[in-house]
Design a protein around this ligand. Structure first.
Ligand SMILES: O=C[C@H](O)[C@H](O)COP(=O)(O)O
Ligand SMILES: C=C(OP(=O)(O)O)C(=O)O
Ligand SMILES: [Mn+2]
Length: 465
């Protein structure tokens, strides 16, 4: 063992990075050959980190700005990324959709928008059932490409640890392309705006034409003042995923040579899902020990006491940007649940960032067996989120969306009026239904309208977020 490896081990032990192994844990695969899984995990531990700890710190600073009401977060991507879907076209589609949405939101909010993909690592899925039955045949549930394959055969559904190594490599190539796009000229604001003009020119989206024209004028004004668009071609783009498969996350957790502190280098941002956030269990323990900004999903059953205990567990130092609450309560429930949490937080010394996930509380299955969501329910939950914050005087800090750049038909409604029959034409998600490209942009314009009603931030304009 090298000296660096020895040091990594000693500091990791002192930081309690393996304590979670003694605790109850949910939603993990049972590898048929634990030796083979150990081998892969040891190999992963030797691979280079995917992100640099300094970038993680910068994101924490950015999120602190959002928590303080000076920025807005846009987090989006597939429910379940797939290895075969990590193609240039599909990655470009998602990145450009996020950039298009971000531009509109920046205008609506008059604030920097922190851009983050549910990308380059969103491969592990928690499931409500361990098995799936089709035509009398029962097999293990699909748990994401990093665990097993979606095909409905015994072989495909058996967890295969080699997939952790594949997941690492696919994350790496996806992140590489994201970095190339967002620093190589693809993110040019004028170009991104011209794509949005195409959206607004569609008669179905006529109601957004006014805002698109306002943005057009703002850009022309910037041009006239001699704004340096060349410098604005590079944007920060962060990656995040659900921290679910703890063996994988542990293997990519490294002691930063600058600070001697542990960072999960599989992504900048990690969130803990609704199904694995029990306070005394493994996921909370592990992620309480890494320096990354951490998100926690809060469903409709969340009470004030639980919220406070989560803060104490994950953010004992009350560090700005450390903790994000991602609420996913459902369109009908958010109005009953969120206001009391926001009221309670005002009496605390904590300032978590609040983001709405208007997807996961609004799912249902059609008679023909398609998991779907109504665009209108998504909008209703977003509106509930904004009005709860308005009432409480707190900052609605961002949105978290399952989306794709493709023209899929997975969610009902939107200006294209996708109906149940249309779901059968292009349903491609292996897990939850995503907003397609048009629906995503439509949502961004709607959120931008809502944001215009909120106070504007003190932005110094020094950085190009
Ligand atoms: O993405 C979230 C969950 O993995 C998903 O909603 C679970 O879906 P299931 O109820 O089909 O298992
Ligand atoms: C599993 C997810 O969400 P939740 O934990 O909120 O159900 C998800 O974001 O895909
Ligand atoms: Mn999902």
């Amino acid at each position: 063992m090298t000296i660096t490896q020895q040091l990594q081990q000693q500091v990791s032990a002192a930081a309690g990075l393996d304590n979670w192994r003694e605790l109850p844990i949910r939603q993990q695969p049972t590898w048929p050959d634990p030796e083979a899984a150990n081998y892969v995990v040891n190999e992963l531990a030797k691979r280079p980190p995917l992100v640099f700890a300094g970038e993680v710190d910068r994101l924490r600073d950015r999120l602190a700005q959002a928590a303080a009401g000076n920025a807005f977060v846009l987090q989006g991507g597939d429910c379940a990324e797939t290895f075969s879907g990590a193609t240039a076209d599909k990655i470009r589609g998602r990145v450009s959709t996020i950039l298009q949405m971000a531009l509109v939101l920046t205008y609506g909010a008059s604030m920097p928008v922190i851009k983050m993909g549910r990308m380059a690592g969103q491969f592990a899925k928690p499931r409500s059932k361990d098995t799936e039955t089709r035509d009398g045949v029962t097999l293990p549930a699909y748990r994401g490409d990093i665990v097993n394959d979606f095909a409905f055969t015994e072989e495909a559904r058996t967890p295969n640890p080699q997939r952790m190594m594949d997941g690492y490599h696919v994350s790496s190539s996806t992140l590489n392309l994201i970095r190339a796009f967002t620093t190589g000229g693809f993110a040019d604001m004028r170009e991104v705006h011209s794509w949005n003009k195409g959206f607004a020119a569609n008669p179905a989206n006529a109601r957004y034409d006014l805002m698109a024209r306002e943005i057009d004028r703002a850009l022309k004004f910037m041009t006239a003042t001699g704004a340096d668009f060349e410098a604005l071609k590079e944007v920060e783009f962060y990656i995040g995923h659900e921290g679910l498969l703890l063996e994988y996350e542990r293997a990519l957790t490294r002691i930063d040579s600058r600070t001697q502190l542990p960072y999960d280098t599989s992504a900048h941002f990690i969130w803990i899902g609704e199904r694995t956030r029990d306070l005394d269990e493994a996921h909370m323990d592990f992620f309480s020990r890494v320096r990354n900004p951490i998100g926690v999903k809060l469903g409709p059953t969340t009470d004030v006491e639980t919220m406070k205990r989560i803060i104490d567990k994950l953010d004992p130092e009350r560090e700005p940007g450390r903790l994000t609450f991602i609420t996913r309560m459902g369109a009908q429930k958010i109005g009953d649940v969120l206001p009391s949490l926001l009221e309670a937080i005002k009496a605390e010394d904590a300032t978590p960032l609040w983001i709405t996930d208007p997807m996961h509380g609004n799912g249902f299955t059609t008679e023909r067996g398609y998991k779907t969501r109504r665009f209108d329910d998504v909008v209703t939950e977003v509106k509930g989120f904004f009005s709860a914050h308005k009432e409480a005087g707190t900052h609605p800090g961002g949105i978290h969306i399952e989306l794709t750049g493709d023209d899929v038909t997975e969610c009902l409604g939107g200006s294209e009026e996708i109906d149940e029959a249309a779901l059968e034409t292009r349903y491609e998600s292996l897990c939850d239904p995503r907003l397609n490209h048009m629906q995503s942009l439509e949502l961004a314009f709607l959120v931008a309208e809502l944001l215009q009603e909120f106070p504007k931030a003190e932005v110094d304009g020094q950085d190009n977020w």
